[in-house]
Design a binder for this molecule. Structure first.
Ligand code: NAG
Ligand code: NAG
Ligand code: NAG
Ligand code: NAG
Ligand code: NAG
Length: 952
């Protein structure tokens, strides 16, 4: 387009042009603004009598007003078409929904209030492609995944289950009973609750459903049954209308008193103010968490006003508490209003519609439904209750307040989050770990204004008792284990004994009451008894039954309350008389050898010290050897006679004799104990000796030991059954059997009676010990096992054992402390060290003195000859008599020779002089004479070699 560009004509032309455009635009704009926003019809179905319905009726218009105040320029306007379904009747709400869908052609429906209604309406909505948004149908039985057009502007109930379980665990209750209304809403929580409680070690012994239309009498009957049972923890999951009746009746029946625990689920806790105040005193409850914001507080005052305008007769208490339902309803309306902006075309909404027909089967489908549903599901905004966002068609809220109701108001005592469990604060510190601890909850005032935490159970006044089988009859001699007696007239069995006491002690440790009765079961083998427990003939068996692999296939065993092992009872034989070498026993070989070596060593030392100065240690080598050894070994009995002349050797001898004294005393003591204490040893040391011996073996009748023996390799005809300790004794003493193989506890009982002649040999095979039997999968097994551990780890089991088996379960020890092991060198090395060191020291002193005395002579020798020759010369020098010694000087007058100046001064003593010195010596002079000759020769030889000796 080419416009004239002349300077004169251009501006006027352009201005006109522009004015035209602007005026056209203005006309267009005024046309737009004056046109009405498109009306988007949305239905609201509510029960005018139910709390959630009443709340929705007040809240929805408020939310709508707020939305369009906040978004004045919205293209579409949502209008609410309200319909009621009194009594939450499925048919009424379905027909209301049908009317809204096919005649009003609504784009979405809010409501209805209850899960059964919602389930049906959700199907209709899905068929007609009209989104159904519910705020109070929290049952998991209706869900977006089943009915795609069903959207829950709330969380489903299942998240509560784990919160309740955590609460139950924190307070340590082991059994809880849910009371729920008998419809979809009530019952669909139960499976989730069972699972969650299972993880919390708690169980649901039974559950109580209450029909919606139950009258007072019926409810009273139901409550009376609950009252008679032992569990005192109730979880109430129902709508307000029914709960009001039940709680009030429970209160009248005294069930809102101390000892009882009531836990309300979210549906009730969030409508606490609607329940009669006095009948919820002390109850616990949980309700979904929402942050308390300024926005919420402002809304609350407004809401109260509106609510009182709608329901002028309403309880002010109700009007003043903003329920979780109001928040959900408000946010749901916002979400729908938000989504209605996406509605583009309203004409021709229903395809294939037979306009206005109320025929369900010919219902049309909305052409815009998919868009609106997507828009609703896609909506996210910051609502009254925090962030509003759909996950799988419902809100994902899993944080709970845990409240304790006091004075009609919920007091928050803690929070529950799936990740951290219970906590006193929210948000939880991120480093916290999962907790189900009581300490993470504030103080609770329980029903009856009690501050004592109820234990959750009482002894039931009626109710089925556990039928516990006690096998009999018990043989004489084993009655301390188990004994029973049945009253002829009442059929009541009383049982006593160690086993019974252990069982009853364990039952006492249970965190709940366990009513039971004993039933005598006569003449039944233990293996069959286990099968009877397995198939439910009895509820449990309490007996001295060993836990075996085979038996555990039919039933469950508790942990053993008494350890046991297989043992062999055999006669003992006395070893004493048979051992010819018993005198060697007190000392070990090393001590014998060590002592011998020291005798020789000491003898040698004495010889060294005495040889030069004492005639008794001189003479022919064999004589010297004899004297030396004789001397040394005679110290053993302190009968050494040889006169010792050197002070050094006296010192050595004194120390040595002291050592010998101690050795001797130890030997004597050890030998005495060896001889006096009976040395008893089992005739068979292990089962294989027994197997080879070919002798017969006894076992306890009906015991599993028979199978064990057969597996070990014993042929059947070698195995003889016995019934009592006395029959064991009889058979053992007349040698019918060589041994009894049985479990240690029974053999102990036997040994307590017949201690003297028998002993017990433990076999390496371990057994499971004694346990109580329960049907497979019984929860009592874990609980009782815990009780058993508690008893056996403490001293209670010792007390029970002493009561039944006496002070000591064992024989006086057959291994006497005096028959201690043989002595070994380790216990004496100190003594040997002392004597060895003294002896060596004395030798060294002697050597030093010798070297000093003969230093000139030695210097001569060493200067002339080689080392070997000089060493030999020195040895020869040492062999000579030390004439300077006082012994020789004293004996000079009696000698026929002049030692001092004679050329024979190096000659040894004459026979006479030896006998003189030895004063009472063992050898007579006649015996000595040949030796003297040899010594003389020797002496002469020496003389030739050392001519200069005389100068010393
Ligand atoms: C209920 O909600 C939980 C999350 O809170 C979800 O995992 C579960 O699938 C829901 N169950 C149903 C049936 O919608
Ligand atoms: C309407 O009916 C026709 C056939 O009667 C069918 O092909 C079509 O899919 C229907 N449309 C809707 C939206 O249900
Ligand atoms: C949902 O929202 C996302 C962004 O938040 C958008 O991309 C998507 O198109 C939306 N879907 C619908 C169906 O509106
Ligand atoms: C009842 O007891 C008596 C002995 O006290 C006994 O002889 C009798 O057999 C018993 N009766 C039954 C049915 O057990
Ligand atoms: C006792 O028990 C037996 C069977 O175990 C039964 O036949 C009998 O009637 C019972 N007696 C009483 C008094 O209960």
């Amino acid at each position: 387009m080419r416009l004239p560009t002349g300077p004169n004509s251009l501006p006027r032309h352009t201005i006109f042009h522009y004015l035209l455009i602007v005026s056209l635009l203005l006309i267009k704009l005024s046309n737009l603004t004056s046109s009405q926003p498109m009306n988007v019809k949305v239905g609201l179905i509510f029960d005018p009598a139910s709390p959630s319905g009443m709340i929705a009726k007040t809240t929805a218009p408020m939310a709508l007003d707020d939305f369009y105040t906040a978004n004045p320029n919205s293209a579409n306007r949502m209008s609410l078409l309200t319909r009621t379904s009194p009594g939450s009747d499925i048919v009424t709400s379905a027909s209301a929904a049908l009317e809204l869908i096919s005649q009003e052609e609504v784009h979405a429906i809010l409501g209805p209030g209850t899960s059964p209604e919602s389930a049906f309406v959700a199907e209709m909505g899905t068929k007609a492609k009209v989104p159904i948004i519910s705020i109070s149908s929290t049952s998991p039985s209706v869900s977006h995944s089943h009915s795609p057009f069903f959207v829950r502007a709330a969380a489903n109930d299942t998240a509560q289950a784990s919160a309740i379980a955590a609460l139950v665990k924190a307070f340590g209750w082991r059994r809880v009973v849910p009371i729920y209304q008998d419809d979809d809403y009530g019952s669909s929580l139960i499976p989730y609750l069972v699972d969650a409680l299972d993880n919390a070690d708690a169980q649901m012994p039974y559950r109580q459903s209450i029909p919606l239309l139950a009258n007072e009498d019926e409810i009273e009957t139901i409550l009376a049954t609950l009252q008679n049972e032992q569990t005192r923890v109730f979880i109430v999951h129902m709508r307000v209308a029914l709960a009001t009746k039940i709680l009030a009746l429970a209160r009248n029946m005294g069930m809102m008193s101390s000892g009882y625990v009531w836990i309300l689920t979210d549906g009730l806790t969030s409508l606490l103010s609607w329940l009669p105040e006095e009948s919820v005193e002390g109850v616990l409850g949980l309700t979904q968490y929402y942050p308390m914001t300024e926005k919420l507080r402002k809304f609350k005052t407004r809401w109260t006003r509106h609510f009182l305008k709608d329901y002028p007769k309403a309880d002010p208490e109700v009007a003043q508490t903003l329920s979780r339902y109001a928040i959900w309803a408000y946010d749901a309306v916002w979400a729908v209003a938000n989504a209605s902006e996406h509605v583009k075309q309203i004409d021709n909404k229903f395809a294939n519609s037979t306009n206005g027909s109320t025929d369900l089967s010919s219902m049309g489908a909305s052409t815009t439904g998919d868009d609106i549903l997507q828009a609703i599901l896609n909506t996210t905004f910051n609502g009254l209750g925090g962030e509003f966002k759909f996950v799988n068609g419902e809100l994902d809220l899993s944080v709970f307040y845990i409240v304790n109701v006091n004075g009609g108001k919920g007091r928050t005592i803690g929070y529950y989050t799936p990740k951290y469990g219970l906590s006193k604060k929210f948000p939880v510190e991120s480093n916290a770990s999962y907790s189900t601890s009581r300490d993470d909850l504030g103080p609770v005032i329980w029903p009856g204004e009690s501050t004592v935490q109820p234990k959750g159970w009482v002894l039931p006044t009626i109710g089925r008792k556990l039928r516990i089988a006690v096998p009999g009859p018990v043989q004489e001699g084993f009655k301390m284990f188990l004994d029973m007696e049945t009253d002829n007239t009442t059929n009541q069995t009383t049982a006593t004994g160690f086993v019974i006491d252990m069982f009853e002690a364990a039952v006492e440790k249970l965190p709940y009451a366990l009513p039971f009765e004993y039933i005598q079961v006569l003449h039944v083998k233990y293996d069959d008894l286990v099968k009877m427990i397995g198939n439910g003939t009895y509820d449990a068996a309490v007996s001295d039954m060993t836990i075996t692999n085979n038996r555990s296939k039919d039933a469950d065993f508790t942990l053993p309350y008494m350890a046991s092992s297989l043992s062999m009872l055999v006669p003992v034989r006395n070893e004493r008389s048979k051992n010819a070498w018993i005198f060697l026993k007190p000392l070990k070989a090393d001590l014998w050898l060590g002592s011998f070596a020291f005798f020789v060593f000491t003898g040698a030392v004495i010889w060294c010290l005495e040889h030069r100065i004492n005639d008794e240690f001189r003479g022919p080598p064999s004589n010297q050897l004899g004297t030396t050894f004789y001397f040394a070994f005679s110290t053993l009995v302190f009968s050494h006679r040889e006169t010792i002349v050197s002070n050094l050797s006296r010192f050595v001898i004194i120390i040595w004799v002291f050592v010998v004294l101690i050795l001797q005393a130890s030997y004597t003591a050890s030998l005495t104990s060896t001889l006096t204490v009976q040395r008893l040893s089992p005739t068979f040391a292990d089962i294989h000796e027994l197997l080879i011996s070919g002798k017969n073996i006894g076992y306890l009748e009906d015991s599993f030991t028979k199978d064990f023996l057969k597996r070990t390799g014993f042929v059947e005809n070698r195995l003889l059954p016995f019934k009592s300790p006395d029959s064991y004794e009889e058979a053992l003493s007349n040698h019918t059997i060589a041994a009894v193989v049985d479990e240690a506890p029974y053999l102990q009982v036997f040994l307590n009676k017949y201690c003297d002649n028998y002993t017990m040999v433990n076999l390496p095979n371990k057994t499971g010990g004694f346990g109580f039997v329960f049907p497979r999968g019984s929860l009592l097994v874990t609980d009782l096992s815990r009780g058993i551990l508690n008893i056996t780890e403490g001293d209670e089991s010792t007390r029970i054992m002493q009561k039944w088996f006496g002070e000591s379960l064992t024989c006086p020890p057959q291994d006497n402390p005096f028959s201690s092991q043989s002595l070994d060198i380790v216990s004496f090395w100190g003594l040997f060290l002392i004597t060895g060191a003294t002896s060596l020291l004395c030798c060294l002193i002697q050597l030093a003195l010798f070297l000093k005395e003969n230093r000139h002579h030695i210097r001569n020798i060493t200067s002339i000859s080689s080392f070997r020759t000089s060493l030999r010369s020195m040895a020869r020098l040492y062999d000579e008599k030390d004439l300077s010694s006082h012994t020789f000087r004293k004996s000079q007058p009696s000698s026929p020779y002049n030692f001092g100046s004679s050329p024979y001064n190096f000659q040894p003593d004459t026979p006479m002089s030896i006998s003189n010195h030895s004063g009472g010596g063992l050898f007579s002079s006649e015996q000595m004479s040949p030796i003297t000759d040899e010594a003389e020769m020797h002496g002469n030889y020496s003389t030739n070699e050392t001519p200069n000796h005389g100068s010393a």
